[in-house]
Design a protein around this ligand. Sequence first.
Ligand SMILES: NC(=O)c1ccc[n+]([C@@H]2O[C@H](COP(=O)([O-])OP(=O)(O)OC[C@H]3O[C@@H](n4cnc5c(N)ncnc54)[C@H](OP(=O)(O)O)[C@@H]3O)[C@@H](O)[C@H]2O)c1
Length: 219
Amino acid sequence: MRLAVLGATGQTGQHVVNQALQQGHIVTAIVRTPSKLTVHHQNLKVVEGNIFSEESLTPHFKGQDAVISCLGFPMAFISAVTGYTDSMNTALNAMRQAKVNRLISMTSWYTEPNSGTKSSYLIRFLLLPMIRSVLSNMYQMEEVLSKTQDINWTVVRPPGLRNEPATAKEFLTHEGYFVPDDSGNPVGNSVARGDVARFMLSLLNSNAWVKKGVAMTTK
Ligand SMILES: NC(=O)c1ccc[n+]([C@@H]2O[C@H](COP(=O)([O-])OP(=O)(O)OC[C@H]3O[C@@H](n4cnc5c(N)ncnc54)[C@H](OP(=O)(O)O)[C@@H]3O)[C@@H](O)[C@H]2O)c1
């Protein structure tokens, strides 16, 4: 397939680019700093683009089969985080212009404000309040997508990300804001970035999570 990747220079995005190339996809990495992506491959095109400009993204989206986004924005303490919604609104419009119909984007476990009540004390009372500005904007972005009917989107929600390569572990998935065990408690609290990339790419061959948000982790 022909894939456009946003956030390709990021820690998860680089796994997506590398695995996609290994799987034989043709990848366009749309980045703000091309020199940051050090991978070279005959099926990889690295282009400079502005994720907040429809005019910038549309030409790079033309002819693609899917857009994959691993964008991430830093937490903010005074002003609100808006990068997720702003870039998603832009990307959706550019996809419409370019007639690209498949989008796979990542957010996180616990984007819904009340979904963390079963998490550990450390996560619930320290981590989640600390990153709430990011989670809130991710949640707003998920709401934008949930109202989007004309594009086949999937939101992938991973737990904490470990900087580790892909494994062959089985995926655990749940249509919700975390993956629960049989008692309804979260299964673990982290996953390898390589496995998130592996999961995102696996969705290209599946209609299972189209127009859905899926929490994932590995066994
Ligand atoms: N950390 C965790 O434990 C955790 C857990 C669950 C979910 N997540 C979420 O998962 C996503 C991916 O995480 P990650 O750690 O792989 O991300 P990351 O390494 O921080 O990468 C973020 C990517 O977004 C790009 N980006 C940010 N602002 C941009 C802008 N204004 N214009 C163009 N590109 C921009 C960065 O480009 P540059 O390289 O040019 O900066 C980079 O490619 C993030 O949304 C993160 O919040 C994180």
